[in-house]
Design a protein around this ligand. Structure first.
Ligand code: HEC
Length: 124
């Protein structure tokens, strides 16, 4: 009886650890941003003229890579590890990160980059 209880308790601990890790792997990274505002900003800045962005109106561009599944991607532009801090930097100053690449600086502020990142991390 006691062994069964221990086994169940261990199973519960293991499962909760798994689901917590699963959430991070699934890209739910803390950004401090607002997903809904992020979606609006992605539309307003015209990111979709160059990127496919699932869930954003008219976002079907093919100049840059699709952002479908971005929340599970390991690198940003093949250069930076995909962490919130690096994503803020890329979205607000891609030319500083990688001078001469095809994504222009669009004047996205730090605050707006947080909201945009919050949305991008919902994309699995
Ligand atoms: C003029 C076209 C253009 C616009 C507008 C543009 N991008 Fe990009 N973006 C690119 C290109 C090209 C790349 C690939 C850069 C590279 O890998 O060197 C890229 C890369 C990215 C990446 C990394 C993708 C990956 O798979 O690693 C993200 C994230 C991104 N852009 C977000 C945005 C957001 C958010 C906006 C709007 C604020 C935006 N982009 C506007 C062209 C654009």
């Amino acid at each position: 009886m006691r062994i069964t209880f221990c086994a169940l308790a261990l199973l519960a601990i293991a499962l909760s650890a798994c689901s917590r890790r699963g959430a991070i792997e699934a890209g739910q990274q803390p950004t401090g941003g607002d997903v809904r505002i992020g979606e609006h900003l992605i539309y307003a800045y015209g990111c979709g003229s160059c990127h496919v962005v699932p869930g954003v109106a008219e976002a079907n561009g093919t100049v840059g890579p699709t952002l479908q599944g971005f929340g599970s991607r390991y690198y940003i532009a093949g250069l930076l590890v995909n962490t919130p801090q690096n994503l803020f930097r890329w979205v607000s100053k891609p030319q500083e990160v990688d001078p001469g690449n095809a994504m222009p600086d669009l004047g996205v502020t730090e605050r707006q980059a947080r909201d945009i990142a919050a949305y991008l991390y919902t994309l699995q």
